[in-house]
Design a binder for this molecule. Structure first.
Ligand SMILES: Nc1ncnc2c1ncn2[C@@H]1O[C@H](COP(=O)(O)OP(=O)(O)O)[C@@H](O)[C@H]1O
Ligand code: SF4
Ligand SMILES: [Mg+2]
Length: 321
């Protein structure tokens, strides 16, 4: 298995107490596979992504094991960690502004990243070739006037332009694992479709694996091989996209799938999920989804369901005990 996550637990220390953002998560991703991580805001998607690139904030405590291409990711230190971040993984952050250095011109920082990758790969760095790759990347994300954009500083760019620069960077870096956290949220629909096509091409051409984080089920459906549905820091359901969409089993997946806009569904029939995600500082007892679940049973209020394999999927719900 290319990526193996076992028993991942991530807690944040906060002034209000301990917040369990990811509670015992297992996930395997194959080479060239795309897993979409879906779920409402606050369910731990970005936290999961940050842990995989070892960029959790200082108030986070983590345990469990992450093995990527044979490397024990949580054990990496110093140069090995820098090489991992610069050459093997790349994360498109949900807030792309934080991905760029505010005091460096765009071309300088893109060239620096490519230079680092070439050094890690033991190849000679050719500035002209790298610049050509970068411009190709920017053309790929339909950036008008890439040469002009490259000479700017981040504060001279719009949010949409920055998002495209960061996506172009991912295309240029060609990591083994791309973690894309809501990468298309600030882009219009045409550019969004183009970006998804580019990610799919990279995956085909280089066998790149992708963890695509989104709250948008329709976008996830167009890119992913499997869905990981998360609720309040836990796995609800993990399975092949077509299975989950055509026959969602977990009541939360059912609610999410009903929220996908679908041509065959009549206009105006989009079903919003009643209620809201829990306060993660004091999550509900038992199944964390129980206050919102239409199929809630007595046991759900007191006992947290265990993960079970059901017909090639993983599920965490008492209905499948
Ligand atoms: N740096 C942090 N310190 C404390 N709590 C955090 C921090 N980052 C995220 N959280 C909390 O962790 C939970 C999961 O957040 P996040 O991973 O950002 O979810 P998502 O990406 O699914 O919206 C939320 O309750 C959020 O408020
Ligand atoms: S365990 Fe119970 S409350 Fe939770 S999703 Fe299943 S049926 Fe609903
Ligand atoms: Mg997020």
């Amino acid at each position: 298995m290319f990526l193996d996550v076992k028993g991942l637990k991530i807690n944040y220390r906060t002034v209000y107490g301990n917040l369990e953002a990811v509670k015992s998560l297992d996930l395997s991703v194959e080479k060239g596979e795309t897993v979409a991580v879906v779920g409402e805001s606050g369910c731990g998607k970005s936290t999961l992504g940050h842990s995989l690139v070892r960029l959790l904030p200082p108030n986070a405590k983590y345990e469990g094991k992450v093995i990527l291409d044979g490397k024990d990711v949580f054990a990496l230190k110093g140069k090995a960690l820098r090489m991992y971040r610069g050459g093997e993984v790349f994360m498109i952050f949900q807030d792309p502004l934080n991905s760029l250095n505010p005091v460096k011109r765009v071309d300088d920082q893109m060239l620096e990243a490519v230079g680092m990758r070439e050094q890690i790969a033991g190849r000679e760095f050719d500035r002209e070739d790298a610049l050509k790759d970068i411009i190709d990347g920017l053309n790929g994300v339909r950036m008008p006037d890439p040469e002009v954009i490259l000479r700017r500083y981040p504060h001279q760019l719009s949010g949409g332009q920055i998002q495209r620069i960061v996506i172009a960077m991912a295309l240029v870096m060609k990591p083994k694992l791309l973690i894309a956290d809501e990468p298309t949220s600030a882009l219009d629909v045409t550019i969004q479709a183009q970006v998804i096509k580019l990610i799919k091409d990279l995956k085909k051409e280089y066998g790149m694996s992708v963890i695509f984080i989104t709250h948008d089920m329709a976008v996830a459906y167009t890119i992913a091989d499997r869905f990981l549905v998360m609720y309040a820091g836990q796995l609800s359901e993990l399975g092949p996209v077509n299975d989950v969409v055509s026959k969602p089993l977990h009541p939360y997946s059912v609610a999410l799938v009903n929220s996908i806009p679908n041509k065959s569904r009549k206009e105006g029939k989009l079903v919003a999920i009643p209620g809201s995600p829990p306060n993660m500082l004091a999550p509900p007892t038992g199944c964390r989804f129980h206050p919102r679940c239409p199929q809630v049973m007595d046991i759900c209020r007191t006992e947290d369901p265990l993960e079970k394999e059901v017909g090639g999927r993983l599920l965490r719900c008492h209905l499948f005990d």
